[in-house]
Write a protein that binds this ligand. Sequence first.
Ligand code: AMP
Length: 276
Amino acid sequence: MRTVRDVKALRGLVAGWKAAGNSVGVVPTMGALHAGHLSLVHAAKAGSDRVIATIFVNPRQFNNPDDLAKYPRTEERDAAMLMEGGVDVLFAPPPEVVYPAGFATSVSVDGVASELEGAFRPGHFDGVATVVTKLLLMTGADRAFFGEKDWQQLQVVRRLVRDLNIPVTITGCPTLREADGLAMSSRNTRLTAAERQIAPALHRAMTGAAEAIRRGVPAGRALASARAALLAAGFSAVEYLEVRDGESLGPATGAPARILAAAVLGGVRLIDNIPV
Ligand code: AMP
């Protein structure tokens, strides 16, 4: 596996692969890798001849400077995991390669990006949309792999790729969970041992609400008791816990719906989503 930090070298490698008739998959990440990220690598390996993984802790998508400062950075360990996973190239650019002096462009997605995460993390999806657009254009990948863990992000990426005619196929991959149901996340390492015991309550409460809704309990009532269960379990705040249309993220209209939630436990904000 080669580690590449500049766009010209990356493009050279990709041009060579494409000239040889190889398809290229990309897995964008912010590092601090876990099995969830590796499942995207495996999907990329299965779906492409060559695989690029990117590691870039994108300052523009952090609306909270403290969250950016505390974001775990473990590139050496990450590189070993990616090599083991069969990645061909790790693209890990420094911030000035992605955002050179004078950088003045932002990609902003309306609608699907405006509520839920968009409402609670102002500017977050502009940062995500801008960096994903750049990573897709820099890599020139044929396919890109994103986790359903960040469901709204996946819909934002699908929207921008369609809107901007970026020639890439987006594949969503299922959320990998710990044995107790907690969605794997780089931020889980910031939970204390006691908080780690409490954290699976999020998935449990959401699963309970989904089952209740399927049994015919009105969504408002099911979500209210899930919210109460989270606060009783030790979460300090539930930012949102809602049933939404799975694609538009607007009101659920009977099409495949999703429960999406963000809740704060200690100093860590956890998000999760499941189908209803
Ligand atoms: P991140 O490094 O958190 O930006 O995540 C990089 C990619 O990995 C995103 O597409 C995430 O949705 C995906 N991802 C993160 N956690 C998981 C998980 N538990 N299962 C599946 N994919 C995940």
